[in-house]
Design a protein around this ligand. Structure first.
Ligand code: PHE
Length: 339
């Protein structure tokens, strides 16, 4: 009997398989209830008493070894069959690259949050507009060059449907639909027929601001813009207003902020002037209020409009506008931590 056990031990140890069928045959032959090992246990009762201890030990050892062999064969077979279709299920997962916010979104969100703190709400208007909302209601004279196809994209020349050239069109829509007090900002995309270069693009983004109520003065405008400039570019930032002209504001001005890069000392970003122009603004022209159905005897207001790309350029020192539109991952990834 000892001899038989030895033989079985050798057989099981040298067993190899090339399919799951053969593995099952191994189980049936040695480990199953009718297998060789079960048979040995059955024959055990005939073993003479003095040999029982030794034989019992050997049978148990065989059973354990055969079970180990079975487990090992099963495991190795599962491994090889998993890689046979080329996939390795034990490989660690591919790392998932997290995206980041676009710098234009980052700056827009920051502008919105600054004006939210002053009580400005957010509104939006359509990108495809009619002549009335983009030009006529805003006091543009009929012969104004912006009405020319050279400067403006027309969707339908006959019906004067255009891509809006500024977000001031949203001022008109809001004033037509709401009575003062109005205190809102309007972020959005605008379009101009310009050759694309490092400093100009045919698509860009603006944020318009509008405050109409009783007794709104130029001082309110100035204080609002000072607050904005300090929040956006830092507590030390100074502002200056230069007289300017827009058909829809009177008086009109352009806002410069002290150069945040050189602190006003002069550098190539501010062209050695110490100042950077960031937006146009003014008191809403009484004609515009009237055209939008607002009592211009009772109410006054201010408006401003800024380019988001321009502010992002100053904030992140991006020298070429085109980078904002190319979606080159090497550019975008630099804003990962800017959130
Ligand atoms: N719409 C003007 C522009 O695009 C900016 C502006 C907005 C100026 C509001 C005055 C008031 O240049």
């Amino acid at each position: 009997m000892i001899q038989k056990i030895k033989e079985l031990l050798e057989q099981t140890e040298s067993f190899t398989i090339s399919s799951l069928d053969e593995l099952e045959q191994f189980r049936l032959k040695y480990l199953s209830k009718k297998g060789e090992i079960a048979q040995l246990f059955a024959d055990f009762k005939n073993v003479p008493a003095e040999l029982k201890k030794e034989v019992g030990f050997e049978i148990n050892r065989l059973k354990q070894k055969a079970q180990e062999k079975y487990d090992q064969l099963k495991e190795s077979f599962e491994e090889t069959s998993a890689s046979s279709d080329g996939s390795d299920l034990t490989r660690p997962g591919e790392p998932l690259e997290l995206g980041s916010r676009h710098p234009i979104s980052l700056v827009r969100n920051e502008i919105i949050s600054i004006f939210n703190r002053l009580g400005f709400t957010v509104a939006e208007g359509p990108e495809i507009e009619d002549d009335w909302h983009v030009f006529t209601a805003l006091n543009f004279p009929p012969e104004h060059p912006a009405r020319d196809m050279q400067d403006t994209f027309f969707i339908d020349k006959e019906n004067e449907i255009v891509l809006r050239t500024h977000t001031s069109s949203v001022q008109v829509r809001v004033m037509e639909n709401t009575q003062p007090p109005i205190r809102s900002i309007f972020p959005g995309r605008v379009f101009r027929n310009e050759a694309i270069s490092a400093r100009a693009h045919c698509i860009f983004h603006q944020v318009e601001g509008l405050y109409v109520a009783e007794n709104v003065s130029f001082a309110d405008l100035k204080q609002t813009l000072l607050y904005f400039a300090k929040e956006m570019f830092g507590e030390k930032t100074q502002i200056r207003l230069r007289p300017s002209y827009f058909p829809f504001t009177e008086p009109s001005a352009e806002l410069d902020v002290s150069c945040s890069i050189c602190g006003g000392k002069g550098c190539n970003v501010c062209k050695y002037t110490g100042w950077l122009e960031i937006l146009g603004c003014g008191m809403v022209d009484p004609n515009v209020l009237e055209r939008c159905g607002i009592d211009n005897e009772k109410y006054t207001g201010f408006a401003f409009g800024m380019g988001i790309e321009r502010i992002a350029m100053l904030k992140y020192q991006v020298k070429d506008l085109r980078l904002y539109f190319e979606n080159d991952i090497r550019f975008l990834q630099q804003f990962k931590s800017a959130y």
